[in-house]
Design a protein around this ligand. Structure first.
Ligand code: PAF
Length: 285
């Protein structure tokens, strides 16, 4: 099947109905475009699991704060469409802002608890924007499964909570962070980095690994956040939003180090904000 681009929710519902009636599983890969191999790994997995793959392409204004990079966010629809086509996506849903948020649009979906702290604290309102747009995508597409990258691990946990609390019956599949050879997590925002900042950027991964090693060697959990922040600043980051260890299942702050934890970091290189996380279960060599 060749790629079909759909611009309206009604068009999406109409296009998918016969496939659903024929018993095909529908997989949704929500994106804001500016595709990289991380997104493509989601598409690849969705095509393995599902008979029909839908990708959404929508830079969602409501998840950006007032002084954030909504206007500057990289956009190249024709490149994204060719990649989706090459990777076997069946339908791309690429609505306009007016289609997504028509006049009179009044609803906001808020998930409590798991949105607190980390990106929820650093970017007030961000997760409300994410959960509201993802709910609309889920309502319009009615997927059996939806695919999210673990680079946005907190986002994935927020969506899992939403799906569970609203009985949406959609399987949320989270896939591992895809990295450059030097450890930098792939992100559409890496395109903003100057050559000098690009050289500093992989130290976020290096610092998280160093903290994992320190935790395994018995160094106190409480000291790690401060140590990680200083290490990022020493490496050349300009500002750190957070550096924290959290329980990977509940996203709560643990009292002491144990299995099933993740290390989360967000920091700035100039105007570019990078985020990343790794499992602290990683065994140092
Ligand atoms: O992860 C993203 O790219 C976005 O937050 C998402 C899930 C597509 C919602 O706009």
């Amino acid at each position: 099947m060749s790629l079909t681009v759909i611009r309206s929710a009604e068009g999406l519902r109409r296009a998918l109905a016969p496939h659903r009636d024929a018993g095909k599983l529908i997989g949704l890969v929500p994106t804001m475009g500016a595709l990289h191999d991380g997104h493509l790994s989601l598409v690849h997995r969705a095509s393995r699991d599902c008979g029909i793959v839908v990708a959404s392409l929508f830079v969602n204004p409501t998840q950006f704060g007032e002084n954030e990079d909504f206007d500057a966010y990289p956009r190249d629809e024709s490149r994204d469409l060719s990649l989706f086509d090459e990777y076997g996506v069946d339908f791309v849903y690429a609505p306009s802002v007016d289609e997504m948020y028509p006049d009179g649009f009044k609803i906001t979906i808020t998930v409590q608890g798991v949105t607190e702290g980390l990106c929820g604290a650093a970017r007030p309102g961000h997760f409300d924007g994410v959960t509201t747009v993802v709910s609309k995508l889920f309502a319009d597409c009615k997927p059996d499964a939806a695919y999210f990258g673990q680079k946005d691990y907190q986002q994935m946990k927020v969506i899992e909570r939403m799906v569970s609390d609203l009985d949406l019956n959609i399987r949320i599949v989270g896939l591992p962070v895809v990295r450059e050879r030097d450890g930098l997590a792939l992100s559409s925002r890496n395109a903003y980095l100057s050559a000098a900042h690009r050289r500093v950027a992989p130290s976020m991964f290096g610092t998280m690994r160093a903290v994992a090693e320190r935790l395994h060697s018995g160094i106190d959990l409480d000291a790690q956040s401060e140590w990680g922040q200083s290490a990022l600043l020493d490496a050349g980051f300009d500002r750190v939003d957070y550096f924290e260890v959290r329980d990977a299942a509940t996203m709560e702050k643990p009292r002491e180090f144990g299995p099933g934890m993740r290390i989360f970091a967000a920091a700035w290189l100039g105007q570019t904000r990078l985020i990343d996380n790794i499992s602290a279960d990683f065994e140092p060599e």
